[in-house]
Design a protein around this ligand. Sequence first.
Ligand code: NAD
Length: 349
Amino acid sequence: MLKYFTAVKLLVIIVTKVKVGINGYGTIGKRVAYAVSKQDDMELIGVTKTKPDFEAYRAKELGIPVYAASSEFLPRFEKAGFEVAGTLEDLLEKVDVIVDATPGGMGEKNKALYEKAGVKAIFQGGEKAEIAEASFVAQANYEQALGKNYVRVVSCNTTGLTRTLNAIKDYIDYVYAVMIRRAADPNDIKRGPVNAIKPSVEVPSHHGPDVQTVIPINIETMAFVVPTTLMHVHSVMVELKKPLTREDVIDIFENTTRVLLFEKEKGFDSTAQLIEFARDLHREWNNLYEIGVWKESINVKGKRLFYIQAVHQESDVVPENVDAIRAMFELADKWESIKKTNKSLGILK
Ligand code: NAD
């Protein structure tokens, strides 16, 4: 009987639109809300806020129903005269899936609420892999999320590493990568200003094992935090198990979705120019959804491949959230979904 109702619900969703809620309207949440609103097979039902700040007012201006993240936050809204559409519990009653974009670790506590409400949930990279049935990067393992109730979109760094490494995975013997991480997001004043290079003394870092939750490759990583807010940079070294030339790698990356080659020759000297490129595209919040690989950095010496890439931490995971929704509701196959998402967000290839 339960199966029958699930099948009927799925059919209703397929002929209508998947109703999506966002819990946590911050850096990732607001971008995912925007991306969902651009899809013709999804409907943004509402977002949660803990307080009536400028982001809450902006959401309202955009016509997005704002819910209090919990009833304990209601007095804050009442005091400011900000009318909310209800609380998270009310939002959960109206949606098919909730995208949890609350600060790392909070999703684990929220999961019980989602289970109780019987809604599917997507978690972000700040949560442990065990929270979900699958860790997800669309181009690498879309199929693993098909029909699932709980999916984790991996972190910005893991998404970045996975996109390029997945493209060359048949050639990989072992990967060694160093993550040079931005200290904070541009709007984040909790962790700055920073005037130091902070090594992660967790060696090897957790990024390698996190990539392994998506693709089964040998990988070890190390990480440093540096005083910048724009992007992360990865220095990647790959021991190859079969021959690959520089031209082969360029060709593979040129034909890999959500990966772009940038040339120093054309003025892409640093992460600053990559972000300027996104600004020139008039991308919302200067999102650079694609992973940027410096073309000149791609080099093969014997059995070793080297390359350097940049990751826009605020946005590379956004298309993955959209594709994860399609996979969980089996709305489209992998390439149909990726193409649809890319087109709707102006992703270049
Ligand atoms: P953020 O701090 O920018 O946003 C989190 C939002 O959740 C804020 O609006 C905050 O007010 C709200 N919030 C706080 N407590 C809440 C509660 N109890 N209920 C509902 N909402 C609450 O964080 P973020 O950077 O968007 O990160 C969200 C998740 O995405 C984390 O798991 C993080 O690891 C992951 N992630 C972040 C980045 C990044 O670089 N910012 C990149 C990829 C993945």
